[in-house]
Design a protein around this ligand. Structure first.
Ligand code: FAD
Length: 550
């Protein structure tokens, strides 16, 4: 038993687990990394978390390796939810849904999104920034990573839907964090306490470097890297919104205990145009044509994903059940001719939604008409009722999960899993990224949010083999340079964690990186929250903690 765990028993009302099996179960997430924690605790209430934070702060000098890492559902792909020392399992007791209206919803961070959605839909509303992992992740993890998904093209990411957070800061107290007016900010900064100091120092940091910080915002529609300092303080509006630093901070600045989301009305109908693309030659121009129609969603996946999904189709039963799987298999059979006819290099899904079914069908049809000029490069399937295209949406949502569980001889290795470039450069970017994939002989599936230029490229690798592992660093260097050449970001949704944290300096340059380091120092002066992530990440450390046995 770790000696300091005895002391936690003295004040903690929740569960404390040190057994080998629990620690092993919490040692990995959906990333490439593994670290076995000393102990896994499940706090029963906010007071438990406050006392735990105070305990770690007070004992850090005596036990320098002490730290706190919150873990929700553990589906993070960048290693944000793994660490040594203390893991806080937030799903066990922080799983209540509070007041929900058609405009906003209060919820604890450990609630699974799928359960939260059931409640919001009762009010005809939705928090639309849900990820493809919406059935297996929690709302706390979504805020932690600043998640996004298929509806982000229209609505943006989680950062756009935060009304208010409650956060336990490093002094061991819970605070309300929400947008402040100039007058409220001045009052806050005048407080002679830890909270007041955070507001004052963050304000001064941004004010002093205002133009440089605003200019550092990545020029893409989605980003989950670094700390979004550029979205905190706006001189024009006079609004100071500290939630914009907490969202996407992967639990390195504090522990979120309560979330109030803004909601949008759920539209009644949707329809999809499925495009089986025979070549990628005209993809760039086609994207521009599609975007002119202002779709709600514009997603896609490559031939490898399609082939694997067809081969492993019955594996989807775990998420959607036997009934739906058989139904969809039958529908897939009906589309087989189109698939065989086109032998698609890429399957694109363009979705429109609205409250009038005819209007939706009309928009699907209008897009098809507009794309007739590509009839030699593509085969189309119109779905005005959500049914025909469903099998492809399931492939898009579930393929990565299926790969993780089904392909036994190799493992998914997410390191180039979340690249973003401006959609206009895709015709140049896609062949160049394919060259890198080929050069390193990666077998990789590509799926993505085409409208945002955001791609999930997931190689299947034997990471335990030395020669495979040796590819990671040079490949990462080339990918980073390529993405930066096109003014992109290394992560649109999955965040930095242990995999991209070490590349933040390269992406943002020395000056902005220093500001990020300062942010961490202001919030967490003794580095008690989730070390080895984001600015605290170190490539060598990360590589020493690769998960080699699955
Ligand atoms: C199959 C699959 C598909 C995916 N698709 C997408 C996608 O489309 N879009 C996308 O954005 N992501 C995607 N992801 C990544 C991941 O599922 C999401 O980012 C998800 O929101 C993480 O939620 P979680 O509950 O699993 O969080 P965890 O993995 O447990 O945690 C994520 C991060 O948030 C921090 N955190 C969790 N709770 C708190 C809290 N209470 N306070 C402070 N910090 C906290 C953790 O420390 C960690 O750093 C996918 C993952 C998988 C496996």
């Amino acid at each position: 038993m770790t000696i300091w765990v005895d002391k936690i028993h003295e004040f903690f009302s929740g569960d404390i687990n040190e057994d080998v099996l629990t620690r092993k179960n919490f040692s990995h997430d959906a990333s490439m990394f593994e670290m076995v924690p000393d102990v896994v605790v499940a706090p029963k209430n906010v007071s438990d978390i406050e006392k735990l934070v105070k305990f770690v702060s007070e004992n850090k000098h005596q036990y320098p390796a002490l730290s706190l890492t919150v873990r929700s559902a553990g589906t993070c792909m960048s290693g944000g939810a793994v660490n040594d020392s203390i893991i806080i399992d937030i799903t066990k007791y922080f799983n209540k849904i509070g007041e929900v209206t058609s405009k906003q919803a209060n919820v604890q961070p450990g609630v699974y999104y799928r359960d939260f959605e059931v409640e919001t839909l009762k009010h005809g509303a939705l928090m639309p920034a849900y990820p493809a992992s919406k059935d297996i992740c929690t709302v706390g993890g979504m805020v932690g990573n600043n998640a996004g998904g298929e509806k982000s093209l229209e609505f943006g990411k989680v950062e756009k839907f935060i009304k208010q957070l409650k956060v336990v800061f490093a002094d061991g107290n819970e605070y309300i964090v929400k947008p402040l007016t100039r007058v409220q900010l001045i009052k806050k900064m005048a407080q002679d306490d830890f909270e007041g100091r955070i507001y004052k120092e963050i304000f001064e940091l941004i004010e002093k470097n205002y133009d440089e910080i605003k200019a550092a915002k990545p020029g893409v529609s989605k980003d989950s890297t670094g700390y979004h300092l550029w979205d905190v303080w706006d001189r024009e509006t006079g609004i100071f919104d500290l939630t914009q630093l907490i969202v996407g901070s992967q639990g390195v600045l504090g522990i979120i205990t309560d979330i109030t989301f803004k909601l949008v009305p759920k539209r009644k109908h949707s329809g999809t145009l499925v495009i089986f693309l025979k070549t990628l030659d005209d993809l760039g121009e086609m994207i521009v044509d599609v975007m002119r129609h202002k779709p709600a969603t514009f997603e896609g996946f490559d031939s490898y994903t399609l082939a694997l999904s067809v081969r492993l189709f019955f594996g989807f039963r775990k998420t959607i059940g036997w009934g739906q799987t058989i139904n969809l298999a039958f529908r897939l059979f009906k589309s087989a001719l189109k698939i065989v006819e086109s032998m698609p290099k890429m399957v694109l899904l363009v979705e429109f939604d609205g409250d009038d079914q005819d209007d939706v069908a009309q928009r699907v049809h209008a897009l098809r008409q507009d794309l007739v000029k590509y009839k030699h490069e593509a085969v189309f399937e119109e779905d005005e009722t959500e049914m025909k295209a469903k099998k492809f949406w399931i492939m898009r949502h579930e393929s990565f999960n299926l790969l993780r569980s089904k392909v036994k001889d190799k493992h998914t290795a997410p390191f180039m899993d979340d690249l973003v470039v401006p959609p206009a450069v895709l015709p140049k970017f896609l062949p160049e990224i394919r060259d890198i994939i080929n050069k390193y002989k990666f077998f990789a599936t590509i799926a993505g949010h085409f409208g945002d230029g955001n791609f999930h490229i997931i190689p299947l690798m034997n990471i335990e083999r030395k020669e495979e592992k040796a590819k990671l660093e040079p490949a990462m260097k080339e990918i980073t340079q390529l993405v930066l050449k096109y003014g992109g970001s290394l992560s649109g949704e999955h965040n930095d964690g242990m995999i991209r944290g070490p590349w933040l300096k390269e992406m943002y340059g020395e000056k902005i990186f220093k500001h990020f380091v300062k942010v961490k120092k202001i919030f967490d002066p003794h580095n008690i929250f989730n070390p080895h992530k984001k600015t605290d990440a170190d490539w060598k450390f990360s590589m020493r903690h690769l998960r080699e046995k699955f």
